[in-house]
Design a protein around this ligand. Structure first.
Ligand code: ATP
Ligand code: MG
Length: 429
């Protein structure tokens, strides 16, 4: 092969030992969901492009420049690798009338695709875990989702994750604010950077989110959406805040918090940390009561969040909270490959009794010396080695050698192979 084949830029392989961290985090997330009654929904990675490019939606960064879209060579369909999964969840809920018998709490986990500049915490294939509550008008369920995320930080031992919340009100309120905002920005056109000028009419709200230091004074003095909210929107937001207070959850109201997706209304929120450089948002979400209708479904209120798995793992690493690599209970040392027909069924029997057993198998050079096998046994992290020597096997026995802890002092012992329950019991203690 002339050219070296590598993964696509910004898309990563996840190999051991890191993959164990992923599985560990996924397990934590699943049990969190079980505790709150959220159930798994799995949707395709490829969706019709029209799901993301909706006629009514504003032009967002994602739709404008980050989507992997292509035409199906065989039938000309316009398809897109999902850049996020809220729209997919809503599509599936509508398509299968999932809300026919009442609201649903759902979660998903999997890869998302955005054509961004790869850097720490920002990839082209990245992974999200998302929770979506469909058919609930809130704000109780908004609070539930936020508290659930706080529970996750606690379960993971993570610290220093700050919560910011805001209300985007309803579309009519946003429209009034949008007009006031455009008028204000137009009056200060000379202070706008190139990006802001481009967004002025497509997505002016997003200008408030600018990171450009030169524009901070301008956006700080801009008309605030909060001042355009009506009594109902304000009451919804106040209730959310009081529910968070009741949980002792700390938050900061950030009137400039807007979200990258066009479909949000009322509550929006982000969990941010200062420990991941400029990619500090680890979890973000909000209410999207208009999305069902936008994709042609029956109107239904909804709210959810998505967290970036890579960023959470990076933060766990930063805070020294990643788990130890998983280790086997037992490593089987097998001096002679010819013994395998006796050895392997024994090991299988031990696994059936709940033990994690790693077998020394032949490499390119055969089984290797006893010394090299013991080195492997040690390196595996197993607590115990089982040594299937020729002589022991001939007498229906195996040598049990503690590799770690106090028991190593006792040295190795011979144990009968006839009673696997007894052997498994001995290996467990
Ligand atoms: P950002 O402002 O960092 O671009 P976003 O607003 O585009 O984030 P969302 O669309 O809300 O992000 O996605 C939810 C979460 O998914 C983010 O908070 C982040 O943790 C993660 N995320 C988003 N884009 C990426 C990416 N390209 N690589 C890794 N994680 C990402
Ligand atoms: Mg983004």
């Amino acid at each position: 092969m002339a050219e070296k084949l590598t993964a696509v830029k910004g898309m990563n392989d996840i190999a051991p030992p890191q993959s164990a961290h992923w599985e560990w985090l996924e397990d934590r997330l699943r049990s969190l969901m079980a505790g709150y009654g959220y159930r798994n929904l799995r949707t395709p990675i490829v969706e019709p492009t029209a799901l993301f490019v909706r006629g009514l939606g504003e032009v967002t960064d994602i739709v404008e420049k980050e989507m992997y879209s292509f035409e199906d060579k065989l039938n000309g369909e316009h398809l897109t690798l999902r850049p996020e999964n809220t729209a997919g969840v809503v599509r599936a809920a509508h398509e299968h009338t999932l809300l026919y018998d009442g609201p649903k709490r759902l979660y998903y986990m999997g890869p998302m695709f955005r054509h961004e500049r790869p850097q720490r915490g920002r990839y082209r294939q990245f992974h999200q875990f998302g929770a979506e509550a469909l058919g609930f008008a809130g704000p109780d369920v908004d609070a539930e989702l936020i508290v659930m995320a706080c529970d996750l930080w606690a379960a993971l031992g993570l610290e220093g994750i700050a919560l910011e919340i805001n209300s985007l009100g309803q579309p009519v309120e946003r429209l009034a604010h949008r007009q006031a905002l455009i008028a204000y920005l137009e009056a200060h056109a000379d202070q706008l950077d190139e990006e802001a000028r481009r967004r002025l009419h497509s997505n002016p709200l997003r200008i408030l989110d600018t990171k450009n230091p030169a524009m901070q004074d301008l956006v700080n003095a801009a008309p605030r959406l909060m001042d355009h909210l009506g009594a109902e929107s304000l009451a919804h937001f106040d209730r959310l805040k009081s529910l968070l207070d009741a949980h002792g959850v700390a938050y900061r109201v950030n009137p400039r918090l807007v979200r990258g997706m066009d479909y949000y209304n009322l509550s929006v929120f982000e969990f941010v940390t200062t420990q991941l450089g400029s990619q500090g948002t680890v979890c973000a979400g909000g209410r999207y009561d208009g999305l069902f209708e936008q994709i042609g479904g029956k109107a239904a209120p909804a709210v959810g969040w998505a967290l970036g798995i890579e960023r959470i793992l990076e933060l766990l690493k930063e805070q020294g909270r990643l788990p130890e690599a998983p280790v086997p209970d037992v490593y089987a040392v097998v001096p002679d490959a010819a013994a395998m027909d006796r050895v392997m069924p024994v090991l299988r029997g031990l696994r059936q009794r709940g033990l994690k057993v790693q077998m020394h198998a032949a490499g390119a050079e055969g089984m290797g010396s006893m010394k090299s096998q013991f080195k492997k046994a040690d390196g595996s992290g197993a607590r115990t080695a089982l040594i299937f020597g020729e002589q022991e096997l001939a007498q229906g026995q195996v040598a049990v050698k503690p590799l770690r802890g106090e028991r190593t002092e006792g040295g190795q012992q011979l144990v009968a192979l006839g009673d696997l329950d007894a052997l498994a019991g001995a290996l467990r203690t």
